[in-house]
Design a protein around this ligand. Structure first.
Ligand code: GDP
Ligand code: MG
Length: 303
């Protein structure tokens, strides 16, 4: 059942936008599985990652990125922020189109600048206006779209809700229209270019982003020390790195309660994603100043 290459399209699409607008949620919705972690904190995504959406008539390779951010944000001018910005810029190389994601009702100067950069690079831009489910006054949507699209040659404009999976079919059609004809690059059961080992680490980090208060998530990294198949079971060992001794008890919690909850939820997500039973062990260790230490970043998988 090989697709006819003449009617089949395949290409890369960069997913661009400010932190927290819903880029990773959109990638997951299009792929149909959680390949990219999501939290309500900005700068949850630290890596460039490919989400593979195999749809009728084509294959869309979605490049999810850490949003470009100023180097005096959460990570200050650390090695981490340089790594994240490099990943976001690299995402534009060789793409056939860009999805520019904004929140319904919110357009800022930065969005206009991003649009100009993309168009100057000759990249067709599809405007994705996300989180329409949150709009209290629905009648505000059309004037917002008209205002934003005025004087800007978007290839298409789509109001959607990535969370509620609304408006995705029409979006997919317009994405395909921007892609060159060609056979699929990946098998249809592949959902990302990243290994299961990498995804396991991300799912632990997702729980850190969600369960730790304020600043601490930004001081953590996850390293998967062990990833072995044992019959139908996956045995996974994760190290949660923190920057200071004093941060350890916060991650571990009273009587180990928080670390257990982080492990329980992460394991549940892994079992869903990998489709098999997971045995997960997690430890907390200290590596001082890891976020500004290029060697540490490399060993944690940040390239
Ligand atoms: P990213 O930083 O752009 O990748 O944004 P995320 O995908 O991590 O999402 C940031 C937050 O927005 C999360 O809490 C998501 O659940 C939420 N979110 C994403 N899409 C929608 C949507 O369509 N509607 C609503 N209400 N929330 C959304
Ligand atoms: Mg993200």
């Amino acid at each position: 059942n090989t697709p006819n290459p003449e009617s089949h399209r395949c290409g890369q699409v960069a997913v661009i936008g400010r932190p927290n607008v819903g880029k990773s949620t959109l990638v997951n919705a299009l792929v149909g599985a959680k390949v990219s972690i999501v939290s309500n904190r900005p700068q949850t995504t630290r890596h460039r990652l490919l989400g593979i959406a195999t749809v009728e008539g084509g294959q869309i390779l979605l490049v999810d990125t850490p949003g470009l951010h100023r180097e005096h944000g959460r990570y200050k001018a650390s090695a981490m922020s340089r790594v994240m910005n490099r990943a976001a810029r690299g995402a534009l190389e060789g793409v056939d189109a860009a999805l520019m994601v904004v929140e319904a009702g919110r357009w800022v100067d930065e969005d206009g600048l991003a649009f100009d950069v993309l168009r100057q690079a000759g990249i067709p831009v599809i405007l994705v206006v996300n989180k329409v489910d949150r709009l209290k006054d629905k009648s505000a949507l059309l004037p917002f779209l008209a205002e934003v699209a005025r004087d800007r040659d978007f290839a298409a404009v789509h109001p959607i809700s990535a969370l509620k999976r609304k408006g995705l079919e029409a979006l997919v059609r317009d994405i395909l229209a921007q892609l060159p004809e060609g056979p699929p690059v990946y098998d249809e059961d592949e959902i990302t270019d990243r290994s299961q080992r990498f995804l396991a680490g991300e799912l632990v980090r997702e729980q850190l982003m969600r369960q730790l208060g304020d600043e601490l998530p930004y001081a953590t990294a996850v390293e998967i020390e062990r990833f072995v198949e044992d019959g139908g079971l996956l045995r996974i060992g994760a190290v949660i790195w923190v920057e200071r001794e004093g941060q350890k008890p916060i991650v571990i919690g009273k009587g180990g309660a928080r670390l257990r909850e982080i492990g329980r939820k992460a394991r549940h997500q892994m079992e869903r994603l990998f489709g098999r039973k997971v045995f997960l062990e997690a430890w907390v260790r200290v590596r001082e100043g890891w976020s500004d230490d290029e060697a540490a970043l490399k060993s944690f998988g940040y390239e």
